[in-house]
Design a protein around this ligand. Structure first.
Ligand code: HEC
Ligand code: HEC
Length: 165
């Protein structure tokens, strides 16, 4: 037998072995968090698109440095290199007129902590950090608990460190 026939025979053996291995089908009805119980070979009926939360009520924050979520619709607000509609209301100079919360002081800092006279370029695309909320039932359970308040970790650097009252 020539060497190549051995190689072909060996690879055919591997191929047929793999093909004959049956996938293990789990017992019980198929259930997927997003497809529900629709079998995999059928098309699931898509759920309605959830409405965007538009209650105009500022949402709580889960921790001190969380970018607050957007409590209003932003449909049609231009946000690209030519224009930033968000700033029409959220710029510090517009706050009194628009009633919107002015952007935080942190939005004027460069990465080297220098304060600029206008919005820092790295904060220009607001929706990179601030997101809308859908008025929808969560797809999966979640037990995350937000921080109740800002806490300073105890330790040598904390305000309660010995000798540093
Ligand atoms: C027409 C004015 C207007 C425009 C434009 C606007 N907002 Fe607002 N925004 C408000 C007002 C007013 C509030 C205060 C809560 C409310 O009334 O919805 C607010 C609240 C917010 C908050 C919550 C602030 C907090 O402290 O919790 C965020 C975040 C926000 N807007 C982001 C955006 C982003 C991002 C855009 C652009 C895509 C945008 N807004 C465009 C008026 C505006
Ligand atoms: C790189 C992430 C990032 C981007 C981009 C960004 N923000 Fe923020 N924003 C934050 C974080 C984090 C906070 C909360 C801490 C703080 O105030 O700095 C915040 C806070 C805010 C607040 C609440 C301020 C307050 O005093 O309660 C408003 C309003 C806001 N941002 C609007 C905007 C708008 C409008 C833009 C676009 C021009 C924008 N942000 C871009 C991260 C971002």
């Amino acid at each position: 037998m020539r060497a190549w026939t051995v190689v072909v025979a060996a690879s055919l053996c591997v191929f047929f072995q793999a093909a004959s291995a049956q996938p293990v089908i789990p017992a019980g009805p198929f259930h997927d968090a997003m497809r529900g119980t629709t079998p995999i070979d059928e098309e699931a009926k898509p759920p309605l698109i959830a409405p965007i939360e538009n209650k105009d009520v500022i949402s709580g924050r889960a921790y001190a440095q969380q970018p607050p979520t957007i409590p209003h619709k932003i449909d049609g607000y231009q946000l690209d290199k030519n224009a930033n509609r968000c700033l029409a209301c959220h710029a510090r100079s517009r706050g009194a007129e628009s009633g919107a919360v002015p952007i935080g002081v942190s939005h004027y800092l460069t990465r080297d902590n220098a304060t600029l006279g206008s919005l820092s370029p790295r904060r220009y695309f607001c929706t990179q950090c601030h997101v809308l909320q859908a008025d929808a039932k969560p797809l999966v359970g979640n037990t995350f608990k937000g921080a109740e308040d800002v806490r300073v970790a105890p330790g040598p650097a904390g305000p309660n460190a010995a000798g540093k009252k």
